[in-house]
Design a protein around this ligand. Structure first.
Ligand code: IMP
Ligand code: MG
Length: 180
């Protein structure tokens, strides 16, 4: 990675820590000691997931899903396919889906419909980032870390063409990187 790939830091490591700690406290309060199945949507939310679960002070279990992604493009794909499904039967369970970012909203809307058919007791969504200006379908996230403007961001799990996921800050990617 070149330094010039990054235009600017949008959410710093310190701000991320504060956001995640607050969200964890809120989730702990809302579930008040009830068991929670926390679902990590790979790959983008793995870093956020790992931090968030350690801020939840209730019994949790983990599960993982892989959904179809943007591939190497920075524009939204229309449909969601499950590439790797949960290994847990969620019927009657409290489920918290952890997502990195809500953009058009299509991924989560589609996923929510699929998971609701499996009859969980509760189904909640936590997203680190939200781009309200990009929304194409209606979807409400129960926990939102931060609303951000319509810019392509990387870091803290988020990628462009599988790169930059390990950056500690959430950064705006320089347009030259994807407008080549
Ligand atoms: P949606 O279905 O349009 O809401 O897209 C959500 C998915 O698109 C996220 O889980 C990300 O994988 C990807 N995505 C959307 N915006 C960005 C971004 O700014 N940077 C990196 N990935 C993004
Ligand atoms: Mg994703």
């Amino acid at each position: 990675m070149k330094n010039s790939d990054i235009q600017r830091v949008l959410v710093s490591e310190a701000e991320i820590k504060e956001i995640v700690a607050n969200m964890g406290r809120q989730i702990t309060d809302d579930f008040a000691g009830e068991e929670l199945l926390v679902v990590c949507i790979l790959k983008g939310s793995c870093v956020f997931f790992s931090d968030l679960v350690r801020e939840i002070d209730s019994p949790v279990k983990f599960d993982f899903m892989v959904l179809s992604s943007y591939g190497n493009s920075s524009t939204s794909s229309r449909y969601v396919n499950i590439i790797h499904d949960l290994s847990t039967d969620i019927k009657g369970k409290n489920v918290l889906v952890v997502e990195d970012i809500i953009d058009s909203g299509r991924t989560l809307k589609c996923l929510k419909e699929i998971l609701l058919k499996r009859q969980p007791a509760k189904l909640k969504i936590a997203t680190m980032l939200n781009k309200p200006d990009r929304r194409e379908v209606e979807i409400v996230s129960d926990y939102v870390g931060k609303d951000i403007p319509d810019e392509f961001v990387v870091g803290y799990g988020l990628d462009y063409a599988q790169n930059y996921r390990n950056l500690k800050d959430i950064c705006v990617l320089a347009k030259e990187v994807y407008q080549k």
